[in-house]
Design a protein around this ligand. Sequence first.
Ligand SMILES: [Zn+2]
Length: 62
Amino acid sequence: MKDVWNERLRCPLCLKTGTANLCQAEDDDLPTIRSVPDGFRVIKTNDGPDFRCADCDVSVEP
Ligand SMILES: [Zn+2]
């Protein structure tokens, strides 16, 4: 079984929004990012992937 879902991203500074697509298999500890919207990037942390605005370099709001 694999969960697939979309996550809404919103930059708190420039208010840009986008939708990322993620998936996670039952035996995966952390989700896998399938697509990142334009203008955003992903960094890997110990708690899992973290989305950041590519322009402002701040974490997006959850
Ligand atoms: Zn931004």
